[in-house]
Design a binder for this molecule. Structure first.
Ligand code: HEC
Ligand code: HEC
Ligand code: HEC
Ligand code: HEC
Ligand code: HEC
Ligand code: HEC
Ligand code: HEC
Length: 322
């Protein structure tokens, strides 16, 4: 009988442990991953190292193991991976299957990656995105330098479009600007491409009043690219000498923002509430857009004044005749 006194709590403990263990495992691999990707288990063979802060280095010959820290820039976030545009991919769709071996060979580490255009170029399915034109713009941009590629701004393991069809423009602006600031505001990434010893992006914009409010309301590319009406996101970053500095480029009736930031809002939206809501109601950037109601009001006032003049003239003529 005595054994039950230990057996029953023991069983509970064991069940609890199983549940906990399952939970820990379940936490890592959320059910929706399997809905978007048929190779979740295969990807785990990479993510057991690249999805963790540490990994186990094994020496099969002598049966030894050591635990090591994973380089933080080589750690991938599973949630981000399985919600990006390439969420259905196996790691080895883009990377050589030789990465399955560890230590990875020098050869495989030097391997050249596919570019966006290799998969997306001249493909009707993706015609909406105008990959070919973006490719040309990038080639002509200031960033076309050794080692730089589309991937430096488009995280291969997380990218998804934010601007396209967004309901929350402020958030989309933040996400867009964070792409630029990830380098221009983060020396660890910036120094890979330049010998400059410091970042001075804040000082370079000191001429702009209320820098913070501006960076929250406009994208970096508003001032740093050529307006291009045929693609949604202009990609031709110009040298700083060609950046927009004139306030009236935006603070005016035909603001360049109408051709960049707000161009993808439907015309209906722009005329009715959206633009006027952003530009006129909660700021004093008046004149960045025409307010349809103000316009009508001024036409009405003008028409009224005109009628009064006509009426007055007629009265005078009648008076003169008499
Ligand atoms: C045992 C842990 C482990 C496994 C499993 C593993 N890697 Fe790695 N990987 C590393 C470490 C550590 C590095 C850092 C460079 C090094 O030490 O070789 C690395 C580096 C890399 C790099 C960067 C190479 C470079 O030099 O820029 C890529 C890409 C990569 N791994 C992809 C993969 C892929 C894809 C898989 C699965 C097929 C995979 N790895 C499996 C531990 C692992
Ligand atoms: C759509 C293609 C694609 C897929 C899918 C992909 N990668 Fe990558 N990966 C790349 C490219 C391109 C680079 C190089 C990025 C660069 O040059 O900045 C890269 C870089 C890496 C690096 C080096 C660190 C870094 O972020 O630059 C690691 C580690 C890595 N990949 C692991 C993985 C693992 C693990 C998976 C699967 C879970 C995976 N990749 C899936 C394209 C891909
Ligand atoms: C290895 C081939 C490959 C590479 C490289 C690649 N893509 Fe893709 N991409 C695809 C495929 C295939 C899909 C469709 C995935 C699906 O429907 O599940 C896709 C989907 C997308 C989508 C979503 C399209 C839509 O309408 O749903 C975007 C946006 C995109 N990719 C952008 C990029 C960008 C930007 C790059 C480079 C930084 C890139 N891709 C590199 C193969 C690739
Ligand atoms: C200097 C950074 C940078 C570089 C380099 C870059 N992009 Fe982009 N790209 C962006 C940003 C920022 C966005 C806006 C993301 C969003 O919110 O949709 C974007 C958006 C896109 C989109 C989505 C446009 C849409 O209509 O929704 C595509 C496609 C794209 N880029 C392709 C490319 C290709 C191809 C290359 C290389 C030839 C490239 N990009 C290089 C920063 C960059
Ligand atoms: C991966 C890093 C990286 C990213 C991301 C990046 N840049 Fe750059 N950018 C550079 C480097 C490096 C230079 C050259 C700096 C130098 O050495 O003079 C540069 C140069 C520039 C210049 C020209 C400066 C001059 O001296 O004429 C502008 C403007 C610029 N970037 C804007 C942007 C914008 C806007 C974005 C986002 C859409 C962006 N950058 C994203 C690394 C980056
Ligand atoms: C209102 C327009 C405007 C906006 C918005 C803007 N810039 Fe600039 N930027 C300029 C002008 C003009 C210069 C040139 C300043 C000078 O040379 O006096 C410049 C200079 C730069 C330079 C070159 C100087 C340096 O620090 O090396 C970089 C890089 C740069 N901007 C990046 C960015 C990034 C990243 C963002 C978004 C966070 C951004 N800019 C937003 C107008 C703008
Ligand atoms: C790229 C377009 C652009 C340029 C160039 C630009 N602005 Fe603005 N500015 C905006 C937008 C959009 C807002 C609305 C900010 C907000 O939502 O509060 C704004 C807001 C402002 C505000 C109000 C800021 C606050 O406290 O809310 C002032 C003042 C201002 N701008 C002055 C200037 C001056 C002066 C210049 C030239 C040196 C300039 N702007 C250049 C787009 C621009």
């Amino acid at each position: 009988m005595r054994i039950y006194r230990y057996l029953i709590p023991g069983l509970f403990l064991f069940a609890g442990f199983l549940l906990f263990a399952q939970d820990a495992e379940g936490d890592k691999l959320k059910p929706h991953y399997h809905e978007v990707n048929a190779y979740v288990e295969e990807n785990e063979s990479c993510l057991k190292c690249h999805g963790e802060v540490k990994y186990t280095l094994e020496d099969t010959l002598y049966g030894r193991t050591v635990t090591q820290a994973m380089w933080s820039n080589l750690i991938l976030d599973r949630d981000a991976y399985y919600s990006g545009v390439h969420r259905s991919f196996m790691c080895t769709d883009c990377h050589s299957s030789e990465f399955e071996e560890f230590p990875h060979s020098l050869d495989v580490r030097m391997e050249e990656n596919f570019g966006c255009i290799d998969c997306h170029g001249y493909d009707e399915t993706f015609a909406d995105y105008h990959f070919e034109e973006i490719e040309v713009e990038f080639t002509e941009s200031i960033h076309n330098m050794e080692g730089f590629s589309c991937w430096k701004c488009h995280d291969p393991h997380a990218y998804k479009p934010n601007m396209r069809g967004t309901e929350n423009i402020k958030e989309a602006i933040q996400l867009n600007n964070s792409v630029c600031l990830d380098c221009h505001g983060n020396f660890d990434n910036f120094m890979l491409f330049t010998d400059k010893e410091e970042i001075n992006v804040v000082e370079s914009h000191n001429w702009l009043p209320n820098q913070v409010a501006h960076i929250r309301s406009v994208r970096c590319i508003e001032c740093h690219t050529e307006v291009n009406d045929s693609i949604l996101i202009a990609h031709k970053i110009l040298p700083k000498t060609e950046a927009v500095k004139r306030c009236t480029e935006c603070h005016s009736r035909d603001s360049r923002l109408m051709h960049s930031l707000y161009k993808f809002q439907s015309k209906e939206n722009r005329r009715g509430g959206f633009m006027n809501g952003v530009i006129i109601n909660d700021t004093y950037v008046i004149g960045a857009n025409q307010n349809i109601f103000l316009n009508r009001l001024s036409i009405a006032i003008f028409a009224l004044a005109f009628l009064v003049i006509v009426f007055h003239t007629i009265l005078r003529i009648i008076k003169l005749r008499n």
